[in-house]
Structures are given as structure tokens and as C-alpha cells.
Design a protein around this ligand. Structure first.
Ligand SMILES: [Zn+2]
Length: 248
């Protein structure tokens, strides 16, 4: 399959898959697909492929995951062209919006077996906020997994981000009462980490908000959210943002 990668979530340690990352994207016809586990023969995952890069990979339907979009990559992944933002994201839009958008209210009423990935367009973004996670560090079980992993591979140990970031928004449904949804985009965590190293935790949190609320959801942007379900609970979360300039 040829997949235009649009989503990478921050990894969580997993006994079965080492580190779970949700990688998602669209096929040439605009259908959504989710790929995992990722093969960690590729060191330094963060540099492995870019968002909005085409990748070519052989896939198999995921046998432990009943969601129709979930596939398992087999063998090598070939990296293709990266699609830029020329003409106000025209080429990205062509693939990403090919199947149209849904409302968040609609998606939440569906079974995740039928649909578990999509694009929504907030009609109003009310807030972006964070809460500290229950534990500041990995649980002993997660730490076990990571310790074993660092013996086998040269990856830098995965850092736990001690905050959960969320958006509060209304979707396009007239009767929408608002959605408070976590965002697990890799970019949020990467920005937090970078800013924290430079300015400390308090200011880093404000900087993340500045980018993800004031910039990405500014009135000049035609903001969309990529959303997907968490398998265990069937709950929807935000897994990425898409924010070309608004066109009159
Ligand atoms: Zn809604």
C-alpha cells in the first residue's frame, strides 16, 4: 500500500509491542489506515519518516485489532515523496479531505469496528488545557518493558511526559454540547520537551498552548483535527492537527 502519513502519536511502553505508536494516514483514494507495531530496527523513530511523506509498505490485517483500519506492516518500509504546503496545502488537502469530513458527534455514535479514524472540523475551539498525569513517571511494569528494550536496542529511553493535553471544542453539529478530548500528537510532546529544557515546566506549558491554541486554531486557519479511537475503551482522542490558511 502507498500511505500518506499524517499522524504519529507519542509512544507508550507495551509488553506485547515494546513501544506502541499510532501511525496513521490516508491511501491514494483517501481511505484511512492505521499501522502498528512499527519495526524498531529503525533506530530513532522520530527521524524515521516525516508527516506528509508517502511510504510504501506491505501490510496484513491486524488479527488482534477488530478496527477495520488497523493493519500490521510487514517487511521494509520504503520512503517516498514528502508533500509540502504549496498553494495553501492543496496537495495535502486532495488526499486528506478526499472522503470528506465527519462531525465529532456523529463519530462518537458509531462502533469503532466500523470507523475508528477520521477528520473533524471544530466550529469553535473553546480551550486548550493540561492536567498532570496520575504518575509522574512510568509504572513499574512499563519501566520493566523499557529496561528490557534499552538492553536490546540503542534507542534513548522513552521519556514519560507528566501532563495530558486536551482540547475543548464544538463540532459542526447544531446540537453539539462540546467535546473535551485529549491530544496525543507526537508534536505536542516534542514541543513540550524542547520548551521545558529551555524555559522550565511552567513556561513550557504556556508555550505549548500558544502554539496549539493561538496559532493552530487562530481565526485565520481552517483548522481540522485528526481523530482516532483508543482500542481498549473505544474512546475517541485527537491524534493530529491540520491547519491550512482559511480561504475566503
Ligand atoms: Zn459535537
Amino acid at each position: 500500500m502507498n500511505i500518506l502519513v499524517t499522524v504519529k502519536t507519542y509512544p507508550t511502553p507495551s509488553r506485547r509491542y515494546k513501544e506502541i505508536v499510532c501511525t496513521a494516514g490516508v491511501l491514494e483514494d483517501g481511505r484511512w489506515i492505521r499501522l502498528y507495531p512499527i519495526d524498531y530496527r529503525y533506530n530513532n523513530y522520530s527521524q524515521w519518516y516525516k508527516k506528509y511523506q508517502w511510504i510504501e509498505v506491505e501490510v496484513k490485517k491486524h488479527n488482534r485489532d477488530p478496527r477495520s483500519e488497523s493493519y500490521r506492516p510487514i517487511g521494509n518500509i520504503r520512503l517516498g515523496k514528502v508533500i509540502g504546503t504549496k498553494d495553501n496545502w492543496a496537495e495535502r488537502k486532495r488526499y486528506i479531505l478526499a472522503k470528506g469530513i465527519r462531525t465529532m458527534c456523529y463519530l462518537q455514535q458509531q462502533s469503532q469496528k466500523d470507523i475508528s479514524l477520521g477528520v473533524v472540523k471544530p466550529s469553535q475551539v473553546i480551550d486548550f488545557y493540561w492536567k498532570p498525569t496520575k504518575n509522574r513517571d512510568w509504572t513499574p511494569k512499563q519501566r520493566d518493558v523499557l529496561n528490557q528494550l534499552s538492553l536490546l536496542e540503542k534507542n534513548r529511553p522513552l521519556e514519560k511526559i507528566p501532563y495530558k493535553f486536551s482540547y475543548y471544542f464544538k463540532c459542526e453539529e447544531n446540537s453539539c454540547k462540546g467535546h473535551k478530548m485529549m491530544i496525543e500528537d507526537w508534536e505536542v510532546m516534542a514541543l513540550y520537551r524542547k520548551m521545558r529544557d529551555e524555559f522550565g515546566e511552567e513556561r513550557a506549558l504556556e508555550k505549548v498552548k500558544e502554539k496549539f491554541l493561538n496559532q493552530i486554531c487562530s481565526p485565520q486557519k481552517d483548522t481540522h483535527f485528526f481523530v482516532g479511537t483508543v482500542l481498549q475503551w473505544g474512546k475517541w482522542i485527537i491524534i493530529g492537527t491540520f491547519w491550512p490558511q482559511k480561504v475566503k
